[in-house]
Write a protein that binds this ligand. Sequence first.
Ligand SMILES: Cc1ncc(COP(=O)(O)O)c(C=O)c1O
Ligand SMILES: N[C@@H](CCOP(=O)(O)O)C(=O)O
Length: 403
Amino acid sequence: MYRLSCIHCGAEYAPGEIIYTCPKCGHLLTVDHDLDAISVTREDWNRRPISVWRYRELLPVTIPPVTLQEGGTPLYHLERIGRELGLPHLYAKHEGMNPTGSFKDRGMTVGVSMAIQLGMKSVACASTGNTSASLAAYAAKAGIPAIVLLPAGKVALGKVAQALMHGARVIAIRDNFDVALAMVRNLCIEQGIYLLNSVNPYRLEGQKTIGFEAIDQLGEVPDRMVLPVGNAGNISAVYKGLRELEHLGFIDRLPMMTGIQAAGSQPVVEAISGGLPEVRPEMHPETVATAIRIGAPVNGEKALIAIRETGGTAGSVTDEEILSMQRELAQKEGIGVEPASAASVAGIKKLIEEGAIDRDERIVCVVTGHLLKDPETVIKQCPSPVEIDATEQALLSVVRSSF
Ligand SMILES: Cc1ncc(COP(=O)(O)O)c(C=O)c1O
Ligand SMILES: N[C@@H](CCOP(=O)(O)O)C(=O)O
């Protein structure tokens, strides 16, 4: 069993209440499981296929879930990049291998299932792209309408294509993501639509399974987990899940939770480095990594706890560093990710160069979305295909000059 509780004042609410923040103090809510009443062993989990639903005892859904077979993503050993950085135990968990190409699917399988469980008839979100693609797909699977608000002109092509093709009503707002999120929150409360941004604590329950899988695949708790941070839901979710594993006695320590932001959009980094009690919004966020072009992270309060309670850190990377790591992952490891995802590995590169972390650490970087999400940014970085006459001579001349 579980209840909703406020992370700030501790007020408790019934699981069926349609609320997104604490009605008493306005702070964030979390799903509190009665962990002492849960009887499952790690062996039980290990007998099931690796996926979000392997961990169903720690998820709030009691109906047959709305699923597209999410989770079970690969954990890759970054052998070449690790060798170059002097990090023998560097790994990437490729969340781009989820059904719609990002980690949002872990959240949406649970979030849309909860919408159905709670009797909601429609769903909505604001999005820098991936949330909308995922919500649209899971709403289609559930057979309910979805509305998505996007910052006009600032969403990667592949993500808009997904939201449109899966049948969502796509509305482009002439302002940034933070404004779109404020608008959709009001819309949902006033119109009785179920809000599925990461301020919804049920959605984050699905995302916590990234940490569970990483430990199951690695065979031990990593020393550090590194995530790109935008709205700050994912880092908060992974931390919450690992705390639950610790309470259950399945693990005996937590990884240092490490958040990486783009230099043009780094309010969490500023709060951590400045020792601030809360995240101060960045009013004009800007970065090529449009997925994390977010100035007022809605889960800032949870993210600060995750980082501080685990002795983690936060760092920022420039757009050049992000794109350079996107190319390195693609060309040295065969791993295709979108720019925001490369930020986690770029962040580790920077932290190691600054001498801020130990080279013996076992590090899992979460790479959050697939390369194909943002083809335009890829094409801009790569040479054009060589066009030739259809002759053997022309072909051989190009091939010879390629080695
Ligand atoms: C590809 C990608 N990476 C990272 C993030 C950041 O995740 P979060 O908002 O949970 O911090 C997002 C979305 O925000 C995303 O779409
Ligand atoms: N990158 C996100 C931004 C919205 O974050 P959410 O986790 O609150 O949905 C996106 O893909 O839209």
